[in-house]
Design a protein around this ligand. Structure first.
Ligand code: GAR
Length: 204
């Protein structure tokens, strides 16, 4: 018997704070690889906590709806996260993707999206959680650096790992040259990890 049940739509909401290059890589992959037809998945919205984030225009140029919720309009982290949850939930997301969303999240937010909240971090976690990952990798004399896609849990830059990519640290690297090499991998790794997540979600 063919399965005639309509497929649950899998809305993806992407949160950004800056240039949005990972967001763009995901949107382009979704379009080029026909995630809508393959998985019933599409990027429903890109939301920024910064009105001046360059990624907003980039998302619009890719045909994705954008919304801004400035954290500066809220007195507390809890109040901002509650408003952000309400905004995200208008899209009924199957997956919430943090793509350079530079906010520490409250436990309530993380709990609300448990199992459907992912992040990319520019280091080979568990090494170098937090900021300035590339300079710290150089200072530590690492011969490899990289990036990690992981599920988000209450602890910053922790949570079950979904995918990782490594690059060599080259003689003469600065934090900027290393960041650029890592970012090239981020743009491949993040769409691939989300596609894998959608593929396994399609079987659930
Ligand atoms: C990316 O390199 C991402 O790994 C990093 O911010 C950058 C955002 O760039 N995220 C973190 O540091 C999170 N802890 P983008 O806006 O061009 O995607």
């Amino acid at each position: 018997m063919p399965n005639l049940m309509p497929r649950q739509p899998k809305n993806i909401v992407i949160l950004i704070s800056g240039s949005g290059s990972n967001m763009a890589a995901i949107v382009r992959a979704a379009q080029a690889q026909h995630w809508q037809q393959q998985f019933g998945a599409h990027v429903a919205a890109v939301i920024s906590n910064r009105p001046d984030a360059a990624g907003l225009q980039l998302a619009q140029s890719l045909g994705v709806a954008t919304q801004v919720l400035s954290h500066q309009a809220f007195a507390t982290r809890e109040a901002f996260d509650a408003a952000l949850m309400a905004l995200i939930d208008t899209h009924q997301p199957a997956l919430v993707v943090l793509a350079g969303f530079m906010r520490i999240l409250t436990p309530a937010f993380v709990q609300h999206y448990a199992g459907r909240l992912v992040n990319i971090h520019p280091s080979l976690l568990p090494a170098f959680p937090g900021l300035n990952t590339h300079q710290r990798a150089l200072d530590a004399g690492c011969t490899e650096a990289g990036c990690t896609v992981h599920q988000v849990t209450a602890e910053l830059d922790h949570g079950p790992m979904l995918a990782q990519a490594a690059v060599p640290v080259l003689p003469g690297d600065s934090a900027d040259t290393l960041a650029a090499r890592v970012q090239m991998q981020e743009h491949l790794l993040y769409p691939q990890a989300i596609r894998d997540w959608l593929r396994s979600a399609a079987c659930r």
